[in-house]
Design a protein around this ligand. Sequence first.
Ligand code: UFG
Length: 329
Amino acid sequence: MSILVCGGAGYIGSHTVRRLIETGEQVIIADNLSTGHRAAINPVVKFYECDIRDKSALKKIFAENSIEAVFHFAAYIEAGESVIKPLKYFNNNVCGMQILLEAMVESDVDKIIFSSSAAVYGEPKNIPIDESDATIPVNPYGDSKLIMEMMMRRVGAANGVRYVSLRYFNASGAIEDGSLGEDHHPETHLIPLILQVPLGKRDHITVFGTDYPTPDGTCIRDYIHVLDLASAHICALNYLRDGGSSDAFNLGSGHGFSVKEIIDAAEKVVGQKIKTELGARRPGDPARLIASGEKAHKILNWSAQFDDVEKIIATAWKWHSIHPRGYDD
Ligand code: UFG
């Protein structure tokens, strides 16, 4: 049987496909290539260019292949953009989940591993954040991921689909050989934007907000390597195979770094000063997001292997140095 990876041409999806193949799984990718890249698609994999909101296309995939489980990465991901364009997020993310679940139920596919987000917590009351903490998103992106979790829970109870919801903190880095990496258009994420400065693609990095209630006034995030996210998906698959019940898990390192600390770490990795300007806050940004990874550790038997932020940035730097124009190179 195969694993259907929706969004397998994207950043986290493509790294997870690589890990799945390494562990001997059969993989099929569905991706509409709206943000994913044809060049990121593993050539050994059967690829369907389709949108998950197209139910007949999904049902064709389920009819033509024996699918054991779905990995669902196919969603829009930018918190800032979602504040300006909420309907874009509700359409692709929420409606996409609706159609995917309908197609799964109608095709008797009963396992799904879902890319959720730390954004479901909003501005957390406790640090580190525990899965049982309140989920009060502060932007439509976080709303969409929380609604998608609720849909899986209700459909799970009614229709027997089991799910694992993986709440990623800040995905970062790239596969060590530099063959896959992060390539968003436009790029909005901190680490790739910082690295564009030494690459000569950007004059400076702007720090979004210096008046947050944090020690240096800049936002704190928990940066987790993309390959650690990928291996968590394999753990989650095995958990469901072993009969595990539906649940949500944080995926983070448990360590927080401020925007300024990430810039300092990047300067060490690239060996040069990175021009920085201080700017206004970006709407929709919580001050601090740090995961407790205890539950994933205990129940999924998962832990992060990349425990050093400079090493994480070094893998990103390798990818961007080899591919300064992303997958166009
Ligand atoms: N930042 C800057 N300057 C920039 C870009 C970002 O200061 O040019 C700051 C942001 O304000 C934020 C931090 O760097 O404080 C990280 O920003 P990113 O855009 O890299 O990541 P986010 O934390 O906004 O969001 C990411 C994912 C979301 C996910 C979230 C979970 O994009 O999908 O992590 O923590 F929900």
